[in-house]
Design a protein around this ligand. Structure first.
Ligand SMILES: C[S@@+](CC[C@H](N)C(=O)[O-])C[C@H]1O[C@@H](n2cnc3c(N)ncnc32)[C@H](O)[C@@H]1O
Length: 196
């Protein structure tokens, strides 16, 4: 039953020592190799768990979320840490308010399983990426783990692959960040048939 939205009242679940141990944001961003001279969109940014370290690694981050409450919390944290290269944008469910070919990278962390129209959303991501740009999808493993949503809210990696390939993206690397989280990379402009 994907599509269930995270409740902003549970904000503390998104940033605590256990989550940082299982899903270390700085290590993940090193693994995905976000270039310094690049612009990234963090879609479904929440309170900025990835936005803030990403802003320290790249030129500019556009942080999008459908939740105003989350964006307010993000803005508070950005001000506290005096981070000035992040633009916060309220987003629509299935429409990304960014121009065609406007970003080098997209991170979609623990959001894909909440999307109402994942296929359409992946097409939107393809639209906003520059040729050669990449999207990193971080998701829960489809198994029972110590934290996270029920099994029937989680996605099979093969489902995400199918949406991405149908949206015209090519398959890149796969990471296993602890037994709880996986990372899937897709690239705009590589031949999807070469990836398997
Ligand atoms: C589980 S939280 C993850 C937040 C953050 N990425 C992190 O890892 O801490 C999911 C976030 O995605 C947002 N979200 C859900 N559907 C969305 C959509 N269609 N477009 C943008 N944001 C969305 C929710 O409001 C929530 O802030």
């Amino acid at each position: 039953m994907p599509g269930h939205k995270f409740n902003p009242a549970h904000l503390q679940r998104l940033d605590n020592p256990r989550r940082r141990a299982l899903l270390p944001p700085e290590k993940i961003l090193r693994d995905v190799e976000a270039a310094k001279a690049s612009v990234w969109a963090d879609i479904g940014c929440g309170a900025g768990y990835f936005t803030i370290p990403l802003a320290k690694a790249v030129e500019k981050v556009i942080a999008l979320d459908i939740s105003l409450e989350m964006l307010q919390e993000l803005k508070k944290r950005l001000a506290e840490q005096q981070i000035h290269n992040v633009e916060a944008v309220q987003s629509d469910e299935s429409k990304i308010k960014l121009a065609d070919s406007s970003v080098n990278g997209v991170i979609l962390a623990l959001v894909a399983h909440e999307l109402h129209e994942p296929q359409k959303f992946l097409q939107e991501i393809t639209r906003i990426l520059n040729p050669g740009g990449k999207v990193i999808i971080v998701e829960w493993e489809k198994k029972v783990t110590e934290m996270g949503p029920p099994l029937d809210h989680r996605l099979e990696a093969s489902e995400v692959d199918a949406w991405a390939l149908h949206a015209g993206l090519g398959k890149g690397r796969v990471w296993q960040w602890s037994d709880t989280f996986i990372g899937l990379e897709y690239i705009k402009g590589i031949d999807t048939n070469q990836s398997n």
